[in-house]
Each structure stands twice: as structure tokens, then as C-alpha cells.
Design a protein around this ligand. Structure first.
Ligand SMILES: Nc1ncnc2c1ncn2[C@@H]1O[C@H](COP(=O)(O)OP(=O)(O)O)[C@@H](O)[C@H]1O
Ligand SMILES: [Mg+2]
Length: 337
């Protein structure tokens, strides 16, 4: 997969932009507020129908406009994502045919690296949990099915606990939960063990399933007392370690950022292995917490293996790499030079 160019219309600050990409490195440079992140966001939206910074798609629509459109051309595919009011309808066309979001979002490995994704390393348990879920969802459609079956059963079980329903009814949902738990655990173990082989020597991810080896039914008495669910796949945890130490507790900001970059890189390699597709890394404000030596070193590690698009306020920091340079200006809000 090679990202060739994109056309973005009425998307946030971007009125109508055409952007060409280099097959290895594209540097999008401009002052704050010039629309750099919006470009990455638009590409990401076309690849999965979601934004990485807003839940509400309407926020992506340029103020006072009624539709936006993002067209992404790759060497062998053409994505065309559209959104319009008043229907609030989003549609993605793949090579001219309307396609399901679930198909599109598992087909194109665009990975985002930004300030917020650092929460996977820095933030609470839930962040890493959701991140690895997303990775698995993009690798296997079966994982999405197991996860939604699990969630439905979990909600039903919670309702029954609140209603103080009888043991048998709750056990029936535990039965569904156990079945999906088995599948989810297996896929999570697989993912983490493969990622660990792809990570640098000193980095390790630990997967800690909730209450391993204990049947869900064995918590039933206490669960009914407290009316909350005490065990199951939704309580699984991950730890990120460098040199055996938890990076959330001991890492500096720069170290946390580097570790997350290691993880993203490993995930990229995994997609490459599994699918034979070279992923695209969308690195937002990539240089912001790295010193210059680290920018060069980290980029060097992925150059050639992935297609990389970085945004920066200072493109000089990337001068040592051959690149396509896209310069945005603040006065002309989002205009590509
Ligand atoms: N829906 C929208 N319509 C028009 N402009 C928007 C919209 N959402 C955000 N903006 C503007 O876009 C700019 C932010 O763009 P962004 O891509 O985050 O810039 P950068 O990453 O270069 O700092 C801000 O000036 C903001 O006011
Ligand atoms: Mg930005």
C-alpha cells in the first residue's frame, strides 16, 4: 500500500486541499492552527470513518458547511469518504463502490501517533486496554464479533445483578461470557507474544488476564452481594516495561513517548507480516518531545519499512531525510503552498 495523494474538502480548516505524498517520508510543516493535524485526521477518517480526536463527526465539518469529502488515492485503491447534513450520514466508497465501515477499517493500516495516544503508556489501565483492542479489531473480524457478544452478555449480567435476579439467569450469561472470554484471551495472548518478538530487546508488554484460571461462576455470590461484576475479559490489563520497569511509573515523558513509538512500530511490523501490506504511520507533532538526535534516530528506525507522514512546526529538524515537503501557512489558513 502506498499513499499517493489526497484531496480534502470542507474538512475543519481545510477548504479544498490537494496533497501529494512521498512513498517514504512526507513532512507537513506549518505554525500552530494551520491545519496539520486536520490533514492526518482527514486521511484517518477516510480509512475507518472515525476521527482520532473527536467523537462527534459534525466537529469535522468546516464551520457553516453542509458536507465534507476526503478522497485518498493509493497505488491500488481509491477511498472516497463523504459526510453530509442534514442526514448526518457518513459513507465510504472503496474503488467507486459503497463499502461497509467494518470492511474498510480492517483493510487499511493507517496508524496514528499523537499526544493523546501517549495515554496508552501514561494513562490509566483502560487506555492500553482499548488500544490493544483496536489493534486486534483491525487484524481479525472475528475479534470484533467476540467483543460485541461479550459486551452484550456483560450488560445483561449487570442488569440482572442490579435487579437481584436469580442465580440461574446470571449463570446463563456467565456461560456466554466464558465462551467469548476464552476466545478473547487466546487472541490477546497471541498478539502480545508476537509483539514481544517484534519489540526491542529491553521492551516487554505483559498481558495480565483478569482472574486467570478461575471460573466466572465462582465470583457469583460476592457479585450478587456487591451488585458489580468482579471478573472477566473487560478487566484484563496490560503493562509496558522497559528494562523490567513499568514505564508508566518510572519513565520520563521522552522515554514514554519512545516506548509508545516502539509499540506502534511493532504493530506496524505485525500488520506487514500478517497482511503483506506496508503500513502508513501518521506521526502528529512527532518532534515535540524529542531532542533532535532522538527525532533522527527514531525516524531512521522506521524509514523505508513504513510510509511516514509527519507534522511539525519546524521542518528543518527533518532536513537530513529525503522527503516531500508540504508547507502550510497560518495567514491563509490551511492553504497548501
Ligand atoms: N470544524 C471546523 N471548521 C473550521 N475550522 C476549524 C474546525 N475545527 C477546528 N478548526 C480550526 O482549525 C485549526 C486547527 O487546525 P489543526 O489541524 O489542529 O492545526 P495544527 O495541527 O496545524 O495546529 C484551528 O485554527 C481551529 O480553530
Ligand atoms: Mg496539530
Amino acid at each position: 500500500m502506498v499513499l499517493l495523494n489526497c484531496r480534502i474538502r470542507n474538512f475543519r480548516i481545510l477548504l479544498d486541499e490537494n496533497i501529494q505524498f512521498d512513498e517514504n517520508l512526507t513532512v507537513i510543516s506549518g505554525p500552530n492552527g494551520s491545519g496539520k493535524t486536520s490533514i492526518l485526521e482527514a486521511i484517518y477518517f477516510a480509512s475507518c470513518g472515525r476521527s482520532f480526536r473527536s467523537r462527534n463527526i459534525q466537529h469535522l465539518l468546516m464551520f457553516s458547511r453542509k458536507w465534507f469529502r476526503v478522497e485518498v488515492r493509493m497505488d491500488n485503491h481509491y477511498l472516497d469518504a463523504r459526510y453530509k447534513l442534514p442526514e448526518k450520514q457518513k459513507e465510504i466508497f472503496l474503488n467507486g463502490e459503497k463499502e461497509k465501515l467494518s470492511v474498510v477499517s480492517t483493510a487499511f493500516p493507517f496508524f496514528v501517533f499523537n499526544q493523546r495516544s501517549l495515554d496508552v503508556v501514561k494513562g490509566g489501565r483502560k487506555n492500553a486496554y482499548l488500544f490493544f483492542n483496536k489493534v486486534l479489531m483491525r487484524l481479525f473480524s472475528g475479534y470484533i464479533r467476540s467483543l460485541s457478544a461479550y459486551r452484550i452478555a456483560l450488560n445483561n449480567k449487570r442488569l440482572l445483578l442490579k435487579k437481584m435476579a436469580g442465580n440461574d439467569m446470571i449463570k446463563a450469561w456467565n456461560c456466554v461470557l466464558e465462551e467469548q472470554r476464552g476466545k478473547l484471551t487466546k487472541q490477546r495472548i497471541w498478539l502480545i507474544s508476537v509483539l514481544n518478538t517484534l519489540l526491542p530487546e529491553d521492551v516487554e508488554i505483559q498481558y495480565l488476564p483478569s482472574q486467570p484460571g478461575k471460573a466466572l461462576d465462582s465470583f457469583l455470590t460476592v457479585e450478587r452481594e456487591k451488585q458489580i461484576v468482579l471478573a472477566g475479559s473487560h478487566l484484563d490489563r496490560y503493562r509496558l516495561l522497559r528494562q523490567g520497569k513499568d514505564v508508566r511509573e518510572y519513565g520520563s515523558s521522552g522515554q514514554q513517548k519512545r516506548l509508545f513509538f516502539d509499540v506502534i512500530t511493532a504493530v506496524g511490523h505485525l500488520f506487514h507480516q500478517q497482511r503483506g501490506i506496508r503500513p502508513v504511520l501518521l506521526l502528529d507533532d512527532f518532534d515535540s518531545e524529542f531532542d533532535k538526535a532522538n527525532v533522527v534516530r527514531n525516524l531512521d528506525r522506521v524509514m523505508g519499512q513504513f510510509q511516514v507522514v509527519v507534522t511539525t512546526t519546524d521542518h528543518q529538524r527533518f532536513f537530513s531525510f529525503p522527503q516531500e515537503l508540504v508547507q502550510l501557512k497560518s495567514e491563509e489558513k490551511g492553504r497548501v503552498e
